[in-house]
Structure formats: C-alpha cells, structure tokens
Design a binder for this molecule. Structure first.
Ligand SMILES: *[C@@H]1O[C@H](CO)[C@@H](O)[C@H](O)[C@H]1NC(C)=O
Ligand SMILES: *[C@@H]1O[C@H](CO)[C@@H](O)[C@H](O)[C@H]1NC(C)=O
Ligand SMILES: *[C@@H]1O[C@H](CO)[C@@H](O)[C@H](O)[C@H]1NC(C)=O
Ligand SMILES: *[C@@H]1O[C@H](CO)[C@@H](O)[C@H](O)[C@H]1NC(C)=O
Ligand SMILES: *[C@@H]1O[C@H](CO)[C@@H](O)[C@H](O)[C@H]1NC(C)=O
Ligand SMILES: *[C@@H]1O[C@H](CO)[C@@H](O)[C@H](O)[C@H]1NC(C)=O
Ligand SMILES: *[C@@H]1O[C@H](CO)[C@@H](O)[C@H](O)[C@H]1NC(C)=O
Ligand SMILES: *[C@@H]1O[C@H](CO)[C@@H](O)[C@H](O)[C@H]1NC(C)=O
Ligand SMILES: *[C@@H]1O[C@H](CO)[C@@H](O)[C@H](O)[C@H]1NC(C)=O
Ligand SMILES: *[C@@H]1O[C@H](CO)[C@@H](O)[C@H](O)[C@H]1NC(C)=O
Length: 797
C-alpha cells in the first residue's frame, strides 16, 4: 500500500526539496491496525466527524476495511466506528459501482454477487491509498473510487472505465454490517436521481435499535446529465425497472434491498466520472438532504478534501518533533497514534433524536472504560476546545437521561465494562481547566451534579447506566452474591476497584470547588479497594507474592479466585470478556493485573505488597511471566509503576520494550482493538516519554523518542518543549542506550522530580531539559516531592 504521501504533499513536491516544511499529514499511516483485530478505520472523516465514509470488505475488520488483498469489496458506507469489538457497527448505506451488466433488470445486486476484489500493486498489496480526509482504491472492475467527508455528509467520486457504456451505482439500504435492518424505506426521484432511504438498525455493543436516514444525489463531473437514464429499487438480485420505492417488494428479515440507477456515459472524455453526495441523519431524510446541501452545496471534491486536511493539520501540528536521529517509522507511529485519538467520539450535534438542546451532542463512546486513561489527558495537552465540547455533550446527556454516558452508540446506552468512567473524564477536564471552564461553555454546577448522579443514584440497570451505587455505598465493595433484576453480579471486583478510582476523580473536583466535606467523603471512598484486597492469597505453587484482589460475599467472606484467572497462564483458560454468566469477578484482565490498579494510591499498594523491593519483584514477575496484557487497558500503566518505587529507569526500559514488541507502522502493528483511540493515545504517550494520571495535575515522565517534542495548548496559548540533552537515538529493541532520565530542569532550574511533571509546566509554556544517561539505576531525585503523588503520602491534599 502507498500511504506516505497525501494529496497536497504530492503537489508541493516535498520529495525534491529538503527544506520543505514538515507536514504531519505526510506522517499519518491510516492502515495501521486494519488487520489482526485492530479494527481501525482508514477512510475519510473530519476530526471527530459524524460521517466516516469508508470501504467495506468481507474481511474481519469491524470498521469495514481489511488490508489483506484477498478480501472483496462489498461497498462504500457512510458511518463506522474505529477500533471496536462487539458486533460490526454502523456500516450503513453502502454505495457500489456497477460498470457493466447485460440489462438493468439483470444486474446482480446482493453483496454475495456484486462483491469485487481490488487491483493489486506489484508487491501484492491492494491498490488503496489513504491520508487524513481522503481515501481511494482501484477496483478490479477498473472503477476508481475516491472518498471525502464533511461532518454529516460523504462525497464519493466514481470514475468508470471508457468501456463502461452504462455506468450504474447502487444504494444498499439494508446491509449495515450485521444485516440487522428492519422497516427499510427507499424513494427514488426519477427526474433528479435523488434517492432517500431509511431503516431501523441494531446497535453493536448492547441492546437498543436506532433509525438512520440518508439522502443521495448524483452529478456528472466534467459533463452534465439531467437525472438517471434508468432507475428502480431492487430486492435480492432483482432490480425492478421504473419502480420508485420498495412498496412492491415484501420485506423479510435478512433480505437485501436498495436502489439502482443507470447514468448516461460521458462521451467526451475517456472515462465517466460521477459524484455521489450522501447526506446522513439520525433525525429524518429531510434533514439528511439539508445536511448534504448545506455542507457540500458546491460539489467540489478537491475543496472538501482540502478543508478536512486543514482541520487535521491544525490539530496534528500542535505537536511538533525534532526528527534528527529518529527513524521515519517512529515519526509515523507518533502522528498516526495522534490521528487515531481524534476519530471518535463523533460530533453528532443536531442529530440527537432524543431531545432538543442548544448544547453540543457527541455520540460513539466505545467505551469510556477504554479511553479515560490516556485519550482525554492527551486532548488536555493539545485540544481542550474539542474536549470541552465533548464534556458539555456528556453533561447534557446526564441531564436528560440521569447518568453520564459510558458506552453509547447511535443514541443508545450500550454495555458498561466497569466503573462509571464519565467521572474521570469530566474530572480530567475540570482539574486541568477549571479556570477556563466557563469560557469554554462548561458549567461547573452541571459537571458536579453529573458526577454526583453517577456516584450516588442507583440506576434501574447498571449494566447500561451509572453504577451499582447502593451496595457500593453500603458495603464499599460489590458482593458476588447480590442479585438485581436480570441476574447476579458479574465483573464485581474490577468494578469495585474502578468505582474507587472514579470516586477519587470526584474528590479532586470537589476539592477545587471548595466542597471540603464532599472531598473528604470521596477520598475516603477512593480507598475502598482495600475491601477487595485479601492479604493472604498467593498464586498456586508460588509463595513469593501474597495479597491479591478477590471476590467477597455479602456476609463478608471471600470466594477464592486463582489470581491467574483470565491470564495467559490461567489453567482453566477462561476469557474475561463481557458475559452475563460469568461470576468470577474480573473483566478483561486477571486478578494479578487488577491488583496493580490503584493509580490514586500506588504508595499504599506498595505497602500492601510488602515494600518497594517486593513491589519491583512483583512488577518484574508480571512481565517475565506474561501477565502484562498489551491488548487491554488495565495493564497500560504497569510499565510505568516502577516510578513509584523510585526506579524510573526500569519504567523507561519496560515502556520502550512495550513499543518495540507490539507497536509499529505495519498493518498488524497494533495489539488488539484500538478501542476508539485508547491504544493510539497510549502509544503516543509512551513515544512522548510520558504516562498521564487522569483527573490529576501530573504526568509521569520518561524520555521521549525525539530529541525535542513540543505541545501547543490553544487555551493557554502556550508551547512547552521537552528537550533531551545528549539524545543519541532509540535502542532498537527498547533496551539499553542513552535513554534514562538523570536530571530534569524546567526553564533552566533544577526540577523537584525526575519522575513527573506538573500541569503548570504545560500551561505556562516551559522548556523542560532532560539530562539522559545510559545508567538504568537513575532515581526520582532526593527531595520531599520527588516521588509521584499518592493519596496516602498526602500527594493530593
Ligand atoms: C473474492 O472474490 C473472488 C472472485 O469472486 C473469489 O475468488 C474469492 O474467493 C473472494 N475472496 C474471499 C475472501 O471471499
Ligand atoms: C488508481 O488508479 C489511478 C489511475 O487511474 C492512479 O492515479 C491511482 O494512484 C491508483 N491508486 C489509487 C489508490 O487511487
Ligand atoms: C473493459 O475492458 C477491460 C479490459 O479489457 C475488461 O476487463 C472489462 O471487463 C471491460 N469492462 C466493461 C464494462 O466492458
Ligand atoms: C489472613 O490470615 C491471618 C492469619 O491466619 C488471619 O488472622 C487473617 O484474618 C486473614 N485475613 C483474611 C482477610 O482472611
Ligand atoms: C521467589 O523467591 C525465591 C526465593 O527467594 C526466588 O529464588 C525466586 O526466584 C522467586 N520467584 C519469583 C518468580 O520471583
Ligand atoms: C457467606 O455466604 C456464602 C455465599 O452465600 C456462603 O457460602 C457462606 O457459607 C457464608 N458464610 C458465612 C460465615 O455465613
Ligand atoms: C465463586 O468463584 C468461582 C470462580 O472462582 C465462580 O465460578 C463461582 O460462581 C463463584 N461463586 C459465587 C456464588 O459467586
Ligand atoms: C510489527 O509488530 C507485529 C506485532 O508485534 C510484529 O509481528 C511485526 O513483525 C512487526 N513488524 C515490523 C516491521 O516490525
Ligand atoms: C553530553 O555528552 C558529552 C559527551 O558525549 C558530555 O561531555 C556532556 O557532559 C554530556 N552532557 C550532559 C548534559 O550530560
Ligand atoms: C536487545 O537487548 C539485549 C539486552 O537485553 C541486547 O543484548 C541485544 O543486543 C539487543 N538486540 C538488538 C538487536 O539490539
């Protein structure tokens, strides 16, 4: 695949001019993670756009596109998610070019009969190209397809070969990736070729169905036609010439329906180019048409591409790196990871069928459990305006539905993975931007009320909203044997640990608001992970490590669970995915991993685990025995936890090993699902030499992969630059080299710690200088504040 030059880059002839300005768009590879379960979306979208127009194949990427050449193209659809699991989401309203059939009525329209391979490049890879805001492919039928997007409209360009005498395009109304459509509707205007369509579809990670609407118009590019030459709806493989709707075609579940149009050929040029403009709405077909007319009234494909390139360039350019002594792959990995931080949630403002509001409306939270750890802290650094709009949208959802969104698709609450992680997201915003909240339109009262609703109000079904608040308040853990309407408890231990962190996040906000007694109450609840800690548990046949998080009954007794449960070394080989019949207490990670997850009080965890030396032994054992899970978010902080035991060199080494082992720019260079940018933002932080502590003012510090990296923050109008003195490049396998932080200066003065940076370093616009060494035995420094904060050491007082 060709992926390193985007359109404008080519025009500017970057390659011949060494002094050409650095353009981050030339360093975004959209195909990373499109194979092997990354499920990333490589099509055209704006930053946080609602429409994500892209190619669908019959491979197994849930975001449509499979980078392996043997998979066939089934259509070019308008929505999509990025990096998700569950079922295939939002592959709605596919268009497909049909260059040739004997007669209109004989065109084969089902997915199975129309699907087509792509052309191949000499190296055997498919002839596909993607850069931020643009996607193109060459089909084996000689049709070239190009895609671009505005916020709610996709613009497709189909170039048919000269021997395609009757070029045709179909609109598939029912195949959304799950074949879940019911009540499909289609109307064709024979005079103009406008097709309006709608159906009711299934969501992909929980209950609930949604209505979606499309409005498709066509226009010749370089020539003119007045409407289609033939038209009609189809059912299965039977196009019905001259029909204008589906009314003659009894719909049964699973049957395929859509519309087909024929166009006059462009006889003046060799090829026929047809633009298809697809407005999408969650409100009505009329609104879908209005969205398209407003956003792409000019039908100017190049303008749509360059507008979205400009939006992407604006955001990605806020991070700048010096690339001397750094290989291109590392630069591309950094900007591709930053790019994937801005695909979801999507800005669905104006498209909320639930209620009318003047607040922004964001959807596609998939899920906060994945993204709260690293994605929003990365937005804090460089994109607080979009972050503020997302927060406003979340608060508005809480006002109308009672609880903050946790997992959400197309307006429907989806399954909750753990705690209520809207809380740390709102707290992340408020802890860092309370001074600017009003200016950014975020109501402090609304934000705090939303947090309290999660913390205090028991929802009817905590699998979909809020948390299991009543028993949490009463017991301070989630018992295994309490039942609720619909079943007994699942993932109860991991949820309890996460509720404790969520309450810590709330305490941080309460403190800023001067609500002293609330702050005390929630700090105390933040320590309730103690109630799930059983100090006597060991791993079978290994006496070295005692104490693990364990399930408990309502009467206080424990229900022993092997700490290896759900890990690669689990003798039962259990999975820990979402599953209502599971009663073992842990979600998507082992008790071993959850026993390291107390980011609000790692100092206390060190005490529980028997002191610094034991803590370091336990971390080493986690890596040596593969308990570290590169694919799941609860492991994300573990490589950095040596910081808290005053051994930051080990964190630097482990985090660099994680990158070298699992992250690269190949199609499979992403471990597991990207999880809506959770993995992208995580890899970004590691490459930037940091790990964020969400809902706090601190970032753990290691060494960046660049001699210099800077962050521009548009709210503070500040640029902060981290410089590595004596940078000598990045060791290939992440081990050794001149990468350990020996000392830190901020604006020329020795800093209080070598292990973390305070938020004010970034808001004030600073120069941070790191002195690097090849000696792994560096420390956080000797001062009282050298170690990163923890509740029990007074760090958050
Ligand atoms: C794609 O289509 C070609 C031609 O119809 C077929 O030979 C091939 O098996 C298909 N590939 C897959 C993965 O289904
Ligand atoms: C497709 O073919 C066109 C020439 O028709 C070429 O310019 C383009 O680079 C090819 N590849 C893609 C992915 O568009
Ligand atoms: C056009 O010509 C190509 C190459 O000869 C052939 O493969 C293709 O089937 C033809 N397409 C049409 C629509 O006739
Ligand atoms: C752990 O073992 C000690 C010694 O047998 C016992 O006193 C204590 O109650 C046990 N703690 C738990 C939580 O089981
Ligand atoms: C456990 O402790 C023993 C004795 O100190 C030591 O030899 C062994 O390496 C340790 N095992 C692990 C996994 O740390
Ligand atoms: C506590 O509850 C569990 C589960 O219901 C039960 O098996 C156990 O016997 C109870 N223990 C005591 C001491 O009541
Ligand atoms: C106790 O834990 C085991 C797994 O370790 C689980 O299978 C069982 O269902 C649990 N019992 C209850 C009552 O939750
Ligand atoms: C990229 O990472 C994957 C997964 O770890 C690995 O299998 C592959 O060999 C790596 N590719 C390159 C070019 O390093
Ligand atoms: C950088 O390295 C040079 C030798 O390569 C050494 O003389 C100098 O002291 C180093 N500077 C710092 C700040 O470590
Ligand atoms: C990888 O790291 C080890 C040290 O753990 C080192 O001995 C080895 O030379 C390194 N390999 C490469 C290819 O750099």
């Amino acid at each position: 695949m060709k992926m390193f030059f985007h359109l404008v880059g080519l025009l500017a002839a970057r390659a011949v001019c060494a002094a050409a300005p650095f353009d981050p768009l030339s360093h975004v590879n959209l195909f990373i993670g499109t194979v092997n379960g990354g499920n990333t979306f490589p099509g055209a979208t704006l930053p946080h756009g609602m429409v994500k127009v892209g190619m669908d194949t019959d491979g197994d990427n849930f975001a449509g596109y499979d980078g392996r050449p043997q998979f066939n193209v089934t259509g070019f659809s308008q929505l999509h998610q990025s990096g998700t699991g569950g079922a295939v989401p939002l592959s709605n309203f596919k268009l497909f070019p049909v260059p040739q059939c004997f007669a209109f009525e004989q065109c084969l329209t089902t997915i199975a009969s129309r699907k087509t391979l792509r052309k191949l490049l000499p190296d055997g890879s498919p002839d596909d190209f993607a850069s931020p805001g643009y996607f193109s492919t060459n089909l084996s039928t000689d049709v070239r397809v190009e895609l671009a997007a505005t916020r709610r409209t996709g613009l497709h360009r189909y170039t048919f070969p000269s021997n395609s005498t009757v070029p045709r395009i179909l609109l598939d109304v029912t195949n959304d990736g799950q074949i879940s459509a019911i009540t499909p509707e289609l109307n064709i205007n024979p005079a103009t070729g406008r097709m309006t369509a709608s159906a009711n579809f299934a969501t992909s990670f929980g209950p609930g169905r949604y209505d979606a609407f499309a409005c498709v118009d066509f226009k010749g590019e370089g020539y003119h036609f007045d409407g289609p030459s033939e038209w009609g709806p189809y059912k299965i493989n039977y196009p019905d010439k001259n029909g204008v709707d589906l009314s003659q075609h009894y719909y049964s579940w699973g049957s395929e329906h859509g519309g087909l149009l024929s166009f006059p050929q462009d006889t003046n040029s060799g090829t026929t180019t047809i633009l298809a403009r697809v407005g999408v709405s969650f409100i009505s077909t009329a609104q879908a048409c209005q969205n398209a007319e407003e956003e792409i009234g000019d039908w100017d494909f190049a303008r749509v591409v360059s507008d979205s390139e400009n939006q992407w360039r604006d955001i990605l350019s806020r991070v700048k790196v010096d690339t001397e002594n750094v290989d291109d792959d590392t630069v591309t990995l950094l900007y591709s990871s930053l790019y994937r931080t801005h695909i979801v949630p999507g800005d669905y403002t104006g498209e909320n069928p639930g209620w009318k509001s003047s607040e922004p409306y964001y959807d596609a939270f998939y899920c906060n459990w994945d993204t709260y750890r690293t994605l929003y802290p990365l937005m804090s650094l460089h994109d607080p305006e979009n972050f503020a709009r997302i927060v406003r949208g979340m608060i508005d959802i809480q006002k109308h539905e009672g609880w903050l969104p946790e997992a959400r698709e197309a307006g429907k609450p989806q399954f909750i993975q753990g705690g209520s992680h809207g809380d740390p997201i709102l707290a992340e915003f408020f802890v860092k931007f309370s001074d600017h909240a009003a200016k950014l339109g975020v109501s402090a009262n609304g934000l705090y009320a939303a947090l309290l609703a999660d913390a205090e109000d028991q929802p009817p079904n905590w699998n979909l909203q809020g948390r299991q608040a009543d028993v949490w308040k009463e017991k301070g853990y989630i018992p295994s044997d309490t039942t609720y309407p619909g079943g007994a408890n699942t993932k109860q231990v991991s949820r309890a640990i996460e509720y404790a962190f969520d309450d810590f996040a709330i305490s941080q906000v309460a403190k800023i608001l001067g609500k002293t007694s609330d702050a005390k109450k929630y700090v105390s609840r933040a320590q309730n992970y103690h109630n799930s800690w059983n100090p006597n548990i060991t791993v079978p046949d290994l006496a070295n490590f005692t104490g693990f998080m364990q399930p408990r009954f309502v009467n206080g007794t424990w229900n022993y669970t092997d700490p290896r449960h759900c890990s690669v070394n689990d003798p039962l080989q259990s999975t820990c995915f979402l599953n209502a019949i599971r009663r073992d207490g842990f979600y998507e990670s082992s008790p071993i991993v959850y026993s390291q997850y107390v980011p609000q009080d790692t100092a206390d965890l060190i005490t529980l685990q028997g002191g610094e030396a034991n803590f370091i032994d336990r971390l080493n054992w986690i890596f040596d025995q593969n308990y570290f899970d590169s694919t799941d978010e609860p492991s994300q902080q573990i490589p950095f936890m040596y910081h808290y035991a005053n051994a930051p060199g080990l964190s630097t080494q482990r985090s660099r090993q994680v990158i070298s082992k699992w992250f690269n720019t190949s199609l499979i260079g992403l471990p597991g699902n990207d999880d809506s940018g959770a993995m992208g933002s995580y890899a970004f932080f590691y490459l930037a030499g940091m790990y964020p502590l969400p809902a706090t003012k601190q970032f753990l510090l290691s060494s960046p992969y660049f001699p210099q990296i800077s962050f521009f923050n548009p709210v503070y109008k500040s640029t902060t630059t981290i410089k590595s003195i004596n940078f000598t490049g990045n060791p290939v396998n992440g081990t050794g080299g001149n990468v350990f932080v020996k000392s830190v200066k901020v604006n020329g003065k020795a800093y209080k710690s070598n292990c973390y940076l305070e938020w004010d370093v970034f808001t004030s616009g600073s120069t941070v200088e790191l002195e690097l060494t090849d000696d792994i035995s560096v420390t956080c420094g000797g001062g009282a504040d050298a170690l990163p904060p923890s509740i029990s050491t007074g760090g958050y007082n």
